[in-house]
Design a protein around this ligand. Structure first.
Ligand SMILES: Cc1cc2nc3c(=O)[nH]c(=O)nc-3n(C[C@H](O)[C@H](O)[C@H](O)COP(=O)(O)O)c2cc1C
Length: 205
């Protein structure tokens, strides 16, 4: 049985194509595996930005934390626990100003945690999460998988880097791109995404 964590983060809410496609991926995996699906909708329930209470609180022992620090660190612990409980993580990410949305960035800032999800040793950085499959769905107005704007994509490269940095190294990327070029382009992007999903799920449980 597969425990799936679905994370959606489009600031466009229900219109978000990354959320729609990521939800489709998660539901297909659930149907195949008979697993559980836990959804964290960062658009409907945004996380706070990280604060001094969080940054100082996570460096303090649990007994030494102020109530404000304990609350901030407790939220981060709950988010890391959600990752730990999952075998498969599906992430939907909208491109906003060439990077991920601030909704998703707030999640990243809570779960990228020295000594908990990564550390540095004599060999350099080491991700502390392991054994999980990630499906990363990125949606963008422009086309970045190839062509003259490929170097403008700070969303996909950043997310792949960050996920690998915390140990989530087994990543299938599904791109929904060119969505700013009108309804026909959106339809084509969704058809392409469906084909990418089929390929990504080949051989999956
Ligand atoms: C505030 C805002 C900023 C955006 N910035 C970019 C951008 O920098 N590059 C781009 O290609 N598309 C950009 N777009 C278009 C979105 O990437 C596109 O609508 C995509 O489908 C959003 O993902 P979603 O459908 O999951 O919400 C932007 C859209 C919004 C609303």
């Amino acid at each position: 049985m597969t425990n799936i964590l679905l994370i959606t983060s489009s600031p466009r809410g229900a219109e978000g194509l990354s959320s729609r496609v990521a939800t489709d991926v998660a539901e297909q995996i659930k149907a195949r595996s008979g697993g559980t699906l836990n959804t964290r909708d960062l658009s409907a329930e945004p996380l706070p930005h990280i604060t001094p209470a969080y940054i100082n609180g996570r460096m303090a022992s649990s007994e030494a934390r102020t109530p404000e620090q304990a609350q901030a660190v407790g939220l981060a612990e709950a988010l890391v626990d959600e990752i730990e409980a999952a075998d498969t993580i599906v992430i939907g990410s909208s491109m906003i100003n060439f990077g991920p949305s601030s909704q998703l960035k707030a999640w990243i800032d809570h779960v990228t945690w020295p000594g908990v999800t990564f550390k540095y040793d004599e060999n350099g950085p080491k991700g502390l999460l392991s054994g999980k499959k990630v499906y990363l769905v990125t949606a963008s107005g422009g086309v970045f998988s190839e062509g003259q704007y490929a170097s403008f994509d700070f969303q996909t490269g950043y997310l792949m880097h960050l996920l690998r940095f915390i140990g989530l190294i087994d990543i299938e990327l599904i791109r929904v791109e060119g969505t700013a070029y009108g309804p026909d382009a959106v339809r084509a992007a969704m058809v392409s995404a469906e084909a990418q999903i089929r390929t990504a799920l080949e051989g999956a449980a």
